[in-house]
Design a binder for this molecule. Structure first.
Ligand code: BES
Ligand code: MN
Ligand code: ZN
Length: 516
């Protein structure tokens, strides 16, 4: 979608969107238009349920004599609650309202609002971002769809004061949207198209943006002793991969080190240690020999959404040239049952040296992350590690589809994540960790087993991961319930959400970039 910003002018042709505050309070642009139309706007509102509430829209055809094709009234809610994520949601609503009528372009008039925490140019930039986020569509395999069945809106113009400021802010936000779209793309792809090697290739493509990308195959991982990750992939015809992405936007230090397995965090003397993001990338999870029921199994194509989010995040950071040194590591495997698959009861040896009794081959994500986390800590000595994973069905039982589960060994990091999460409307809810839960994964045969009993399934999974981070500040975000949506949301059409990209980009922007 093509988005432009221009000074206030209130056109008299085309499709025009104007705002109305809660309680039918017209914005200056809406009032002007209502005057021009002899009160037609107020009359239309009076005979409808439209009250100016957030996300309400009212679409009007114009009387003969008007050169406007259509007027859309956009409910803004209360000015004092109109923050960035609300403005994005409004942008999503206006996208739906306008594109639903078959228009290809529209103009949105944005006004200064008393008591609103945002300036007009901020409102415009965030609305534009929300509209673009909502316009996402994964339709490349719908070969029979007629053009008239496709959304038509391709151009939006936002009119506001300080429109160049709006354009500059939008440009930065748009790089983050590019990252979200990459995540949605790779998560939406079916598993015959996106498997470990092809997903690694998507990551590799980020080198065009200045991201250093290394791909380790099974041979290299075997040398490193990654028996936990490799065990998961051993039943698949596809080769497992570990992808390491480095964005060195803060310059100095970590940038130049190449050697695999070297302690690079130490080598970089004056640069701060990098920050690290780790993703679960199970490109398809059948459950393995502990096979899943067939109903709904197709959903397990999105079991790589954690890796997808880390790849999208790296694109966002590189795209907007974030002044930070960030590492992205994704463990990519396919969990299949076969003659070579790992069996329940097998004992594997992880890169950390700790042994794991694999009671259930469907608890595979934690096995992948065990080696990916250990590798990341060992090689980079990061300030912190955050992993994202569609790890447990139990988190969906606990929190549903509106919040991800957050687990952390560090209150400061957890607090910062929660604040960033709320700011971008990708909320989290923190759950506890503790010795009493850790007991559940004791094994008689090995150092630990990969599942507890049924109780507190998401927490015992997190306890398992914690055994591979030692004292590194760490957070685990269980995104099983939020990576995919069956219902469209304000800035997310149904399907892959891209959850985590905006959240982690915001965390970086708030706390980890060097001053400009
Ligand atoms: N990938 C699943 C978790 C999942 C469930 C993701 C629903 C997205 C939606 C994970 O690998 C898994 O199978 N977990 C098991 C763990 C159990 C065997 C201890 C589960 O949640 O049932
Ligand atoms: Mn599984
Ligand atoms: Zn899984």
């Amino acid at each position: 979608m093509n988005v432009t910003f221009s000074p206030p002018a209130l056109p008299d042709t085309g499709v025009l969107v104007v705002g109305v505050l809660d309680g039918l309070v017209l914005t200056p642009s809406a009032r002007k238009l209502d005057n021009r139309m002899d009160g037609a706007l107020v009359r239309a509102m009076e005979v409808s349920r439209f009250k100016g509430k957030k996300d309400q829209t009212l679409s009007l055809v114009t009387p003969a004599g008007s050169r406007l094709d259509r007027i859309v009234l956009l409910g803004l809610g209360e000015a004092k609650t109109l923050d960035a994520s609300t403005a994005q949601a409004l942008g999503g609503s206006l996208y739906v309202a306008v594109s639903g009528n078959g228009h290809d372009m529209a103009t949105v008039a944005v006004d200064a609002l008393d008591a609103c925490p945002l300036s007009p140019s901020e409102i415009a930039a965030h609305m534009a971002t929300g509209a673009r986020l909502r316009s996402y569509r994964f339709d490349k395999y719908r070969t029979k769809e007629k053009p008239e069945e496709k959304p038509t809106l391709t151009a939006l113009t936002f009119e506001c004061e300080a429109h160049t400021g709006a354009r500059d802010l939008y440009k930065t936000l748009d790089k983050v949207t590019d990252g979200v779209f990459l995540t949605r793309d790779v998560v939406s792809e079916p598993s015959n198209i996106v498997y470990p090697e092809t997903l690694a290739a998507h990551a590799q493509a980020l080198s065009k943006l200045g991201v250093e990308v290394e791909v380790l195959g099974e041979k290299e991982m075997r040398k490193l002793g990654m028996g936990a990750l490799l065990g998961v992939g051993q039943g698949s015809a596809r080769e497992s991969q570990l992808v390491v992405m480095q964005w060195n936007g803060a310059g100095a230090g970590a940038a130049k080190t190449k050697g695999k397995g070297k302690k690079e965090g130490k080598a970089a003397k004056d640069a701060p240690a990098p920050i690290a993001f780790v993703g679960k990338g199970v490109t398809f999870d059948t459950g393995g020999i502990s096979i899943k029921p067939s109903a709904g199994m197709e959903e397990m194509k999105y079991d790589m959404a954690g890796a997808g989010a880390v790849i999208g995040l790296m694109k966002a950071l590189a795209g907007r040239k974030a002044k930070v040194n960030a590492i992205g590591v994704v463990g990519l495997v396919e969990n299949m049952p076969s003659g070579t698959a790992q069996r329940p009861g097998d004992i594997v040896s992880s890169m950390s040296g700790q042994t794991i009794e694999v009671i259930n081959t469907d608890a595979e994500g934690r096995l992948v992350l065990a080696d990916a986390l250990w590798y990341t800590r060992d090689r980079f000595k990061p300030q912190f590690m955050i992993n994202l994973a569609t790890l447990t069905g139990a988190i969906v039982i606990a929190l549903g589809n509106s919040r991800a589960g957050l687990f952390s060994n560090n209150d400061e990091l957890a607090g910062r994540i929660a604040v960033a999460a709320d700011a971008v409307n990708e909320p989290v809810w923190r759950l506890p960790l503790g010795e009493e839960y850790d007991k559940a994964i004791k094994s008689d045969a090995a150092d630990m087993k990969n599942v507890g009993n049924r109780a507190a399934g998401s927490i015992t999974a997190a306890q398992f991961l914690q055994r591979f981070v030692e004292d590194t500040p760490w957070a685990h975000i269980d995104i099983a319930g939020v990576a995919w949506t069956k219902e469209p949301k304000p800035v997310t059409p149904k399907g892959a959400t891209g959850y985590g990209v905006k959240l982690l980009d915001r965390l970086v922007a708030d706390h980890y970039e060097t001053k400009k």
